[in-house]
Design a protein around this ligand. Structure first.
Ligand code: HEC
Length: 195
């Protein structure tokens, strides 16, 4: 057995090596099948997230626009809901301040403009007139609209009740301003308070 012939041990080793390679190849085949099949199973689910995302976007606007709410508003209901304001505000023409400034003629009045009333710095800095839109934002949550406001009233979360109150406030005037119209809804928010 000279001259580089393959010994018995060598051929055994070779046979073993060949078998190992075959086994490994088979094992890899089984393995790759196992790896690929879950991916196929996952595919039918891909469309679901897109569908539910669209539904979420459509549900985003929760409050109807103010002009639509004002069109449905009732002065009588607003007068009742405004009783809570009377703890701090006078509504009658010519009446003076209480805890808060008098509210006769407040719609369209410059913000923080009652002479002699000690407004908060936030209110003094606000500027502009009380538009329907601004009153609506203020009465939603006063402390958010005017930082450091002295008005310790938490706000009215119900948009229709707020519209009723604003509808009532607008009657407290010698010449009430026209109510906001649907068509005028777009330009209104585009005119923020000037300073
Ligand atoms: C606990 C007392 C209190 C209650 C209740 C209250 N307010 Fe006021 N309100 C104030 C005070 C104080 C101010 C002055 C705020 C400031 O200077 O920051 C004010 C300011 C205002 C202003 C601004 C007036 C101006 O001259 O610029 C409006 C409008 C207003 N309140 C409306 C209302 C309405 C409507 C209600 C009821 C839904 C109400 N408030 C409830 C105390 C109150």
């Amino acid at each position: 057995m000279s001259g580089g012939g393959i010994t018995t041990t060598d051929s055994n080793k070779t046979a073993l090596a060949v078998m190992m390679v075959l086994l490994l190849t088979m094992a890899l085949g089984v393995f790759s099948n196992a790896l690929y099949s879950p991916e196929k199973a996952a595919k039918p689910g891909y469309n679901l997230p897109e569908g539910s995302a669209k539904t979420a976007t459509a549900a985003a606007p929760k409050e109807p626009p103010l002009p639509a709410l004002m069109a449905k508003a009732e002065v009588k209901k607003g007068e009742t809901d405004a009783h809570v304001c009377q703890a701090c505000h006078n509504f009658e023409k010519g009446a003076g301040p209480k805890v808060g400034p008098p509210l006769y003629g407040v719609v369209g009045r410059p913000k923080g403009s009652i002479a002699g009333f000690q407004y908060s710095d936030g209110m003094k800095a606000k500027g502009g007139d009380w538009t329907y839109a601004d009153l609506n934002t203020f009465l939603t949550k006063p402390s958010t609209y005017v930082s450091g406001t002295k008005m310790t009233y938490p706000g009215e979360p119900d948009p229709q009740k707020r519209a009723d109150i604003i509808d009532y406030l607008h009657t407290l005037s010698d010449s009430p301003l026209p109510l906001p119209k649907e068509a005028a809804a777009a330009p209104a928010p585009a005119a923020p308070a000037k300073k």
